[in-house]
Design a protein around this ligand. Structure first.
Ligand SMILES: Nc1ncnc2c1ncn2[C@@H]1O[C@H](COP(=O)(O)OP(=O)(O)OP(=O)(O)O)[C@@H](O)[C@H]1O
Ligand SMILES: [Mg+2]
Length: 402
């Protein structure tokens, strides 16, 4: 068959100059019609080219490179995904979205591994196609701008790292007027998703295990939206796609760099990960907050943590010690004593505020709405203000002991 029979180039409307040209691969006239209607309704995109098969698409892409391609993978999803995998290597600048009649998690994983950026169920074409395309639009100039990366490490379990990470991400999102990305690296238990009531197929493990490029678009399209202030890359334990022990952190720094190109603030909850990965996390962070409680056990763990980082050549400068659940009165160990035990290092603190900390978790809410005037919220807001006013890569927060 001749290409002309397979590829139709619809006549352009007069006002299409600024609209982005989308390519569709589908043998179904119904799919073509719903895509056309969804794009026309949005006005920002247009169906520029329509192909019947991936072979035709290859011819089109050789002739003119395209940014966004929609592929209908029915009725042979695995075969189509294998074809897309080859194409995505040949045409790395092209972003592929797939359409399928139903969502199956095994197919979604296959799609990710094939380099697909978005998986859309056909009955959602009218409501979600345009927004999915918008998120996948190539970055415009200014892409070298870089957000801040703030990591939470914990000296021991239950010190409050997840609570603080979630709420700090929200505070930074409010300050920036732009969502923060919260990354849950806890491979044992996906607490962030549980706290925020999120479920999903994809998360940070899918990004870390990717074979191809890890870029800002991939991060944006893998993240879930919790609110206008917080987007989330959920933990490997929540997605259950990869066994916790199987998560490789080799591409963590690359992932964080891409995340910082996609978001103004990236907040990482990084407990219980191997020390080699912690070193990478700290190195890629603007600040790493090491959360602990004022107990002998935690202070000992903080010492060990700092020594282990120093042994790996990671600058301590970027690590801020954060004593959480701090009580001014009736405390066995004062901040000053803890600081003395840690060679005089500065320690910042957040108050013990159990009813509000627990309350917001139990109700799946953020401190800013659950207890806006609570001591813990005020402390977190102060911390967010300081982080917000620092330059990326600037070392901050020294001398706040007490
Ligand atoms: N400043 C605080 N005051 C009082 N309670 C707090 C404070 N911060 C956190 N908590 C409480 O401490 C408990 C543990 O919090 P969280 O799950 O955030 O800790 P974590 O360090 O992430 O624990 P894990 O080791 O399980 O990951 C929760 O009940 C939380 O409400
Ligand atoms: Mg946690």
């Amino acid at each position: 068959m001749f290409l002309g029979q397979l590829v139709s180039e619809p006549a352009m409307a007069a006002n299409t100059a600024e609209r982005t040209d989308i390519v569709l691969v589908s043998g179904s006239p119904m799919v073509r019609q719903s895509v056309t209607e969804a794009l026309d309704a949005n006005g920002r995109f247009m169906l520029g080219t329509s192909c019947a098969t991936l072979e035709d698409l290859q011819v089109v892409l050789r002739r003119t490179p395209k940014d966004l391609v929609l592929v209908d993978i029915d009725p042979d999803p695995s075969g189509m995904l294998a074809g897309i995998e080859t194409m995505s290597r040949t045409f790395p600048q092209t972003r592929f979205l797939v359409l399928a009649k139903e969502f199956r998690s095994d197919l979604a994983v296959e799609a990710m591994q094939a380099g697909v950026r978005h998986f859309l169920v056909k009955n959602l074409i009218a409501s979600e196609l345009a927004s999915a395309l918008k998120r996948l639009m190539p970055e415009v100039s200014g892409s070298s701008a870089r957000g801040r990366v703030v990591s939470f490490l914990s000296a021991s379990g239950g010190a409050g790292a997840t609570t603080l990470a979630i709420n700090l991400a929200h505070e930074l999102g409010l300050l920036a007027g732009d969502p923060s990305l919260l990354i849950d690296l806890d491979a044992h238990y996906g607490a962030v998703a549980t706290y925020l009531g999120l479920r999903g197929q994809f998360g940070v493990a899918d990004v870390l295990s990717r074979h191809g490029d890890i870029d800002a678009q991939l991060i944006r399209t893998t993240a879930q939206t919790f609110s206008d202030q917080v987007h989330v890359l959920i933990s490997p334990a929540t997605t259950d796609v990869f066994a916790a022990a199987g998560v490789s952190y080799a591409r963590l720094e690359e992932t964080l760099r891409a995340a910082a190109h996609a978001y103004k603030h990236v907040v990482v909850d990084g407990p219980r990960i191997p020390m080699g990965a912690v070193a990478g996390l700290v190195a890629a962070s603007d600040i790493a907050l090491l959360v602990f409680q004022l107990t002998v056990k935690d202070i000992t763990m903080v010492r060990r943590y700092l020594t282990a980082l120093a042994d790996r050549g990671v600058s301590e400068q970027r690590v801020i010690l954060l004593a959480n659940r701090y009580r001014k009165r009736r405390t066995m160990i004062a901040l000053k004593e803890a600081s003395d035990a840690l060679d005089g290092r500065s320690i910042i603190s957040l108050e013990n505020d159990y009813p509000n900390a627990v309350g917001c978790i139990n109700y799946g809410r953020l401190l800013a709405s659950f207890a806006p005037r609570s001591p813990l919220r005020r402390g977190l807001k102060e911390l967010a203000d300081k982080i917000f006013s620092m330059q990326p890569r600037q070392t901050l927060l020294h001398g706040t002991t007490g």
